[in-house]
Design a protein around this ligand. Structure first.
Ligand code: NDP
Length: 248
């Protein structure tokens, strides 16, 4: 028996990196995958085809997750077409790094809206369906930076720390209806988001990690799978680190 057999999962920001890794892992475990993206049309089409080839249904939606109405519209559509919403992975995120001294209001707002408001939007959009079902698992992508802070990332760190407070509150509000809500705090995961950094910096980061390597999208996807599935049926309100021991 596969871990997510016939479940319906929504994953935000799945055309690249961690979200794509999660989409692939979920599909391998039998979940139908509805994913979102904002610009990569060709990658979205390729992912739909790749997931369908694994024997599940897959559908990409193009919209900005910072837009509540768009999230609600998608949730209604998914219930109509797929019948339920069992899992939501709030993964979409961006960085607009700079020191506070130089940070514009726009850079602050863009990161807060894409990374934090989106989590409110998507959770709100699926809440009614999960309440009716009396089941659901919500997985929110935070970051080591949300726990520890980081110079040059005050906007990003605030958005990721905000996710932790939101996660714990939702776990408290919805636990009695068997809806779980947990956060993942990845450390340094090698994706396009981190690919923009220079190799010397990246190498020094790898050396500082107890497991001596950057993480892969698969490393994070395995944790997301655990939190999405009944393997974690008695776990809610938690932040689980997948960082090679970085914060130890
Ligand atoms: P990527 O930049 O590789 O991918 C981001 C994904 O989010 C893309 O699919 C992108 O779509 C989508 N996206 C971006 N903005 C929006 C938006 N406004 N609306 C809808 N979709 C959007 O990111 P990663 O895979 O590296 O990161 C994924 C998550 O993990 C993020 O929340 C990030 O903060 C977090 N994280 C990453 C770490 C790392 O080391 N990589 C470490 C800790 C946390 P499109 O392709 O169309 O642009």
């Amino acid at each position: 028996m596969k871990l997510l057999e016939n479940k319906v999962s929504i994953i935000t920001g799945a055309t690249r990196g961690i979200g794509k890794g999660i989409a692939e892992r979920f599909a391998e475990e039998g979940s139908h995958v509805i994913f979102t993206y904002v610009s990569s049309d060709a990658k979205a089409k390729a992912l739909e085809d790749e997931l369908k080839a694994k024997g599940v249904n897959a559908k990409g939606y193009k919209f900005n997750v910072a837009d509540l109405a768009a999230c609600e519209e998608m949730a209604v559509d998914v219930v109509k077409e797929f019948g339920s919403i069992d899992v939501v992975v709030n993964n979409a995120g961006i960085t607009r790094d700079t020191l506070l001294m130089r940070m514009s209001e726009e850079q602050w707002d863009e990161v807060m809206n894409t990374n934090l408001k989106s989590v409110f939007n998507m959770t709100k959009a699926v809440q009614r369906t999960m309440l009716k079902q009396r089941s659901g698992s919500i997985v929110n992508m935070s970051s080591v930076v949300g726990v520890k802070g980081n110079a040059g990332q005050a906007n990003y760190a605030a958005s990721k720390a905000g996710i932790l407070g939101f996660t714990k509150s939702v776990a408290l509000e919805l636990g009695s209806r068997n809806i779980r809500c947990n956060a993942i705090a990845p450390g340094f995961i090698e994706t396009e988001m981190t690919g923009a950094l220079d190799e010397a910096t990246v190498q020094s980061w790898r050396e500082a990690i107890p497991l001596k390597r950057g993480g892969t999208p698969e490393d994070v996807a395995n944790l997301a799978l655990f939190l999405a599935s009944d393997m974690s049926a008695y776990i809610t309100g938690q932040t689980i680190h997948v960082d090679g021991g970085m914060l130890t």
